[in-house]
Ligand binder design. Structure first.
Ligand SMILES: Nc1nc2c(c(=O)[nH]1)N[C@H]1C(S)=C(S)[C@@H](COP(=O)(O)O)O[C@H]1N2
Ligand SMILES: [Mo]
Length: 341
């Protein structure tokens, strides 16, 4: 991956160097306060989120033309972490989504006209009951919950994001996997007319499209594996993978594939985009591991993107499985994680 802006991204957002603005910090503190309040009231519901949209929506509106809408959340999940949230303005402007450009600021600039409705997500392969969901069903099939997760990119930066979504396992169970289903393969939309990176090796970073990813079935069924349809109380903006993307918080960010159109249960391990491009650098498992360095840089620490200003370093130690060892270490018992990276 492009690593050249590893430590400079926070001073160069949207292609311009700039100081931290008030919106960067207001976003998060308002959000936190609202969340506490709602929790105190015993629920997180539609009216609260509409109220949040009225406040938090301001900073998004000035940069984005894509319309996001408030989402009804049924519950807040116990797996949420209490780390300081990355401000919404940064979550939606510092992205990896090579279909819209390989520079961090490009997806937010190039994806605003992306059409997400109608959408079609198919679940098939080694299942008894294949099915296809339309745009509306992505939001109504299951109760949506909020999960605050760490997101650790293999490039050694990280964020903390309040996602909205449902467990991947619920979707898989609905399709009734056969006994041959050992892996789950994911595919991003292929539409070069809408995704300029797919027809330009320069913009698209030289990777093969469509972007594909995969998990072992037990990883996919782990309750932490989330299909996200929103963040910060609203539907996903396109740069973050609208209308539906995967979030696997104990793995490097490239596993968290965006704008998914196909989920296929398979017997054999499916090919995955970054592994195909550079197998010595990116493994199939891609578990966050501070002890296994990338061939070109250390993974022992990371730059946490917070509301820090121009000269804030925010360098923190990377945790095994990104801090989720308690929930997932048992999935890898007996494996040599230096070889199965
Ligand atoms: N289809 C697709 N999915 C993708 C990527 C991509 O380029 N294309 N980039 C991945 C990488 S490297 C990261 S770190 C995360 C970033 O998610 P975010 O932009 O929402 O923070 O998305 C992942 N999903
Ligand atoms: Mo990444």
């Amino acid at each position: 991956m492009l690593i050249k802006d590893n430590d400079k991204t926070q001073i160069s957002e949207n292609g311009r160097s700039r100081m931290l603005t008030e919106a960067d910090v207001t976003d998060e503190s308002v959000y936190r306060r609202r969340r506490k309040l709602l929790k105190g009231m015993g629920f997180i519901g539609a009216s609260g989120l509409l109220w949040a949209n009225g406040i938090g929506g301001i900073s998004r509106a000035k940069a984005a033309s894509f319309k996001t809408t408030a989402i009804n959340v049924v519950k807040s999940n116990a797996d949420s972490v209490s780390d300081t949230l990355t401000p919404e303005s940064k979550v939606i402007s510092h992205n990896n989504f090579y279909e819209f450009g390989a520079q961090k600021h490009e997806p937010a600039e190039n994806a605003q006209d992306f059409k997400v409705d109608p959408w079609s997500l198919t679940v098939s392969g080694e299942v008894e009951k294949p099915f296809t969901l339309d745009y509306q069903q992505l939001f109504t099939l299951f109760d949506l919950e909020e999960r605050i997760y760490r997101l650790r990119c293999v490039e050694a930066w990280s964020m903390v994001v309040p996602w909205l979504g449902f467990e991947l396992g619920k979707l898989i169970k609905r399709a009734q996997p056969t006994s041959k289903a050992k892996y789950v393969a994911f595919k991003t939309l292929y539409d070069p007319d809408q995704m300029p990176g797919q027809s330009s090796r320069f913009l698209g970073g030289g990777i093969e499209y469509p972007y594909v990813e995969g998990l072992r079935i037990d990883e996919a069924m782990n309750p932490l594996s989330l299909l996200s349809v929103g963040l910060y109380g609203k539907t996903l903006p396109p740069q973050n993978g609208a209308p539906i993307r995967l979030v696997v918080p104990w793995k490097y960010g490239f596993k968290s594939i965006k704008s998914i159109v196909e989920i296929t249960l398979t017997e054999k391990r499916p090919p995955t985009t970054w592994n195909m491009l550079a197998p010595n650098e990116y493994g199939f498992f891609a578990n966050v591991n501070p002890e296994v360095d990338h061939p070109r840089w250390s993974q022992a620490s990371e730059r946490r993107i917070t509301s820090g200003g121009l000269f804030t370093r925010n360098r923190i130690k990377t945790q095994m499985f990104n801090g989720y060892a308690e929930q997932v270490a048992n999935l890898y018992r007996g494996m040599d994680l230096t070889k199965q990276y």
